[in-house]
Design a binder for this molecule. Structure first.
Ligand SMILES: Nc1ncnc2c1ncn2[C@@H]1O[C@H](COP(=O)(O)OP(=O)(O)OP(=O)(O)O)[C@@H](O)[C@H]1O
Ligand SMILES: [Mg+2]
Length: 511
């Protein structure tokens, strides 16, 4: 149902931000067709939609990073047209991106006061006043970070909080968070949410972008759905359901989220024995068999990604061994791991694994090219074919195969890296957070694909922080906590309770 009134009926708080039919093209790509949104003071407004729906583009227009081609944009009722991010900031717009942009060498306080130092008498920089102000801010936000320490080495979560503190000290009236929780642990998400709620209660307007419905329902008051660059609807969170939102996002019913199919489990492929990397993980042993999906669960920071990186040879390890079909795989050599038939789809796909200034097609065939071109087996025709097949299986939304990867939406970049590794047709696929940043419609497609690959005999090690995904997909669940495997649970026995328990409690022998 399309309504022209994007505000929630019944609420009469002032409107902080209003967009009406905002459009933006990049060359032939119409990124935003008709962006419409009304954010009220004292509310947290979710902005949701499939990968490539235009959410980040809309936000970047509000932030002064892009300039709109047409449409209306009002802040506090006044027409605005920001030519720079500085103008948007000065008008009271603050945007927290997934990857914060602090200066690592500067202190926390210096970062917060970047570009507008407090000066005392005689124009001298008043460090004490600035420090005092930061302490006051942190107390108000309930944050325990040393204002004097350098930004370098702070967790992503702490860096985001500092960006928020900066926004608050600038008295931002609108705070936008574009997928802020992707790299956060549960506790960190809770802290972020409580800060967001207190800013809402102070009467600011907040926009929250996320692919996680549990977060949207826990945090937000209002939700606006976008599809294909256009406004679809706005509803009060209390008046809607996850399945209704999915339907509006994808324009059809998405029924089964985790279509697990049973596959025959065969011989052992990947065997990891007593793997230890001092201070990172300890005594890790497990086997992945043909046709089997092994889930690796645990909290963020438990050491799961580190194990994956060591097995694939990106990082080294001190003790233990890795073998494939009984043959040892040399440590610290990804090329050897690839030859042995192992592929690793990393967690941070944009940073590790995407050549942003290359085309989509080139990116997808990059890893097979490395394997095949040497033997003169890969023609341009074959290459284009492979790229087309994988791009369409994962529903990569790109204008053409030679579209530069940098211009894809966040989730579509994730899909390209996924396609790149699936195209190598490995025997064992290690996949770190397979559906992070990926929209609900494609999520079930990724799950279907993983099931199908396992059905054809691939062994899959799936690291995931989403319990429903682990419980839905895995034949066996390994749980890690503080660098150790604390439990191994069969599919039939796995429940969210026992997986969470193992993820948060030391097991008997290590207690
Ligand atoms: N600088 C750019 N040049 C060309 N096309 C772009 C550019 N920025 C965005 N696009 C295109 O605009 C569309 C919308 O992208 P946008 O990043 O706004 O999506 P999104 O809703 O944030 O998706 P996601 O959930 O994956 O982050 C995509 O098709 C994308 O490829
Ligand atoms: Mg985005």
């Amino acid at each position: 149902m399309q309504t022209s009134d994007a505000a929630v009926p019944g609420s009469d708080a002032p409107v902080v931000l209003e967009l009406a039919n905002v459009a933006k093209s990049f060359g032939a790509v119409l990124a935003l067709r008709s962006g419409t949104l009304r954010v009220q003071a004292g509310s947290i407004h979710a902005l949701i939609g499939e990968n490539g729906a235009g959410k980040s583009t809309l936000v970047k227009i509000v932030a002064g990073l892009y300039r709109r081609d047409s449409g209306e944009l009002r802040l506090d009722g006044e027409d605005v047209d920001f030519a720079t991010t500085a103008q948007a900031k000065a008008a009271g717009v603050a945007v927290i991106y997934q990857e914060p942009t602090l200066f690592p060498d500067l202190s926390v306080t210096e970062n917060i006061f970047m570009g507008r130092q407090l000066t005392g008498r005689f124009g001298k920089i008043d460090r004490r006043a600035m420090r005092h102000e930061v302490e006051r801010l942190f107390t108000r936000l309930g944050v325990a970070i040393d204002p004097d320490r350098p930004a370098e080495g702070l967790s992503i979560a702490d860096q985001q909080v500092i960006e928020i503190a900066k926004a608050v000290s600038l008295d931002a009236k609108l705070l936008v968070m574009d997928e802020p929780t992707a790299a956060l642990s549960g506790v960190e998400v809770e802290r972020l949410f409580s800060i967001a709620r207190s800013l809402r209660d102070e009467g600011r307007g907040l926009i929250f972008i996320s692919h996680r419905f549990d977060e949207v329902f826990a945090l937000c008051d209002t939700v606006t759905v976008m599809r294909d660059g256009a406004y679809i609807s706005t509803m009060a969170i209390a008046d809607t359901t996850p399945s209704e939102l999915v339907r509006q996002m994808v324009g059809r019913d998405v029924t089964e989220l985790f279509p697990k199919t049973e596959a025959a489990i065969g011989e052992p492929l990947l065997e990891v024995t007593n793997l230890t990397s001092q201070g990172v993980f300890h005594d890790i042993s497990f086997t992945v068999r043909a046709g089997e999906i092994v889930g690796l669960a645990g909290l963020v920071g438990a050491g799961r990604s580190e194990v994956a990186r060591a097995v694939f040879g990106v990082d080294g390890y001190q003790e233990g061994s890795v073998s494939m079909r009984g043959a040892p795989v040399r440590r610290g050599r990804p090329v050897d791991a690839m030859r042995a038939g192992i592929a690793l789809v990393p967690e941070d796909r944009r940073k590790q694994g995407l050549v942003v200034d290359s085309g989509v097609g080139r990116n997808i065939t990059m890893a097979i090219r490395r394997g095949l071109a040497r033997f003169g087996l890969l023609t341009t025709g074959m290459e284009n074919n492979a790229a087309r097949v994988w791009a369409s299986r994962l529903e990569v939304k790109a204008h053409a195969l030679d579209t530069v990867a940098a211009t894809l939406s966040g989730g579509n970049q994730q899909k390209v890296v996924l396609a790149k590794w699936l195209a190598t047709e490995p025997d064992v696929l290690i996949i770190d957070e397979p559906t992070r940043g990926i929209d609900v419609g494609t999520k079930s497609e990724v799950h279907r694909l993983l099931s199908e690959l396992a059905g054809r005999g691939m062994g899959i090690l799936m690291i995931s922080s989403e319990l429903p995904e682990v419980l839905g997909m895995a034949d066996r669940v390994l749980v890690m906590r503080e660098g150790r495997i604390t439990a191994e649970i069969d599919r039939a026995q796995a429940t969210s309770e026992n997986v969470m328990f193992a993820a948060t409690h030391a097991s008997e022998q290590h207690a």
